[in-house]
Design a binder for this molecule. Structure first.
Ligand SMILES: Nc1ncnc2c1ncn2[C@@H]1O[C@H](COP(=O)(O)OP(=O)(O)O)[C@@H](O)[C@H]1O
Ligand SMILES: [Mg+2]
Length: 207
């Protein structure tokens, strides 16, 4: 949908950080038409669903159940917040969306991309992003950034390879949806990445 923008990328690449910078940029330039959100998007129902997913007591949740819960929460977020904003002529920027489920539930949990794509298609309907900004940084570098060298060194090999599989899955999605994805090299400084994002979004008339 026009003017619906999502941000994706591996854990720790700086999505939330960059979205906050973008928020400041919009404020500074009086771009009051932009709405920022992230799942569960402040929706009471979506938040309750999220609580079920994140509650450590619910360790019996199956992978398929988890995938349904994420898409259920997303369906609520879309109808309650994203669509009304888009219909009111606003630009909506969302921190993570369907692609995160594609890679985490579809590939990470091994449910298969097809199943998770189908589930999410029911959940979001026409409300697919016009553009998805992919902050491109391999997981190892993102981990170093987040926890410092020591933490990254101590990470289980299995953990790194899990995230590397997610990164590869993102790369595959970019090949499948080349018109939707805007790939931004996120290996530079915070300011450099911010500049790249502003340039890319301005070029496409999003800002
Ligand atoms: N370009 C960068 N260079 C160095 N550190 C960064 C950069 N971008 C983000 N960080 C740091 O990396 C950490 C993770 O950023 P965050 O925005 O929480 O990532 P995400 O939301 O993608 O998981 C934060 O501590 C942030 O300050
Ligand atoms: Mg984040």
């Amino acid at each position: 949908m026009k003017n619906f923008i999502t941000f994706e990328g591996c854990d720790g690449v700086g999505k939330s950080f960059q979205i906050n910078l973008l928020k400041d940029y919009c404020k500074k330039h009086s771009l009051n038409n932009v709405v920022f959100t992230r799942e569960p998007g402040g929706s009471v129902v979506a938040e309750k669903i999220r609580d079920i997913i994140l509650d450590a007591k619910n360790d019996s949740i199956t992978d398929l159940c988890e995938a349904f819960l994420y898409s259920a929460s997303r369906a609520q977020h879309v109808e309650e917040k994203i669509l009304p904003a888009l219909k009111a002529g606003k630009t909506v920027i969302c921190d993570r969306f369907v692609d995160s489920s594609y890679v985490y539930q579809g590939v990470g949990r091994g449910l298969g991309l097809e199943k998770v794509v189908a589930l999410n298609a029911i959940a979001v309907g026409e409300c697919m992003p016009q553009y998805t900004v992919f902050l491109d940084l391999p997981p190892k570098q993102a981990f170093l950034r987040k926890g410092g060298v020591d933490k990254a060194d101590r990470l289980e090999i299995a953990d790194i390879s899990f995230h590397e599989a997610l990164y590869d899955a993102y790369k595959q999605l970019i090949k499948t949806y080349p018109e939707r994805f805007i790939v931004i090299d996120a290996s530079g400084t915070i300011a450099e990445t911010h500049e790249k994002i502003i340039r890319a979004l301005t070029l496409r008339n999003v800002l």
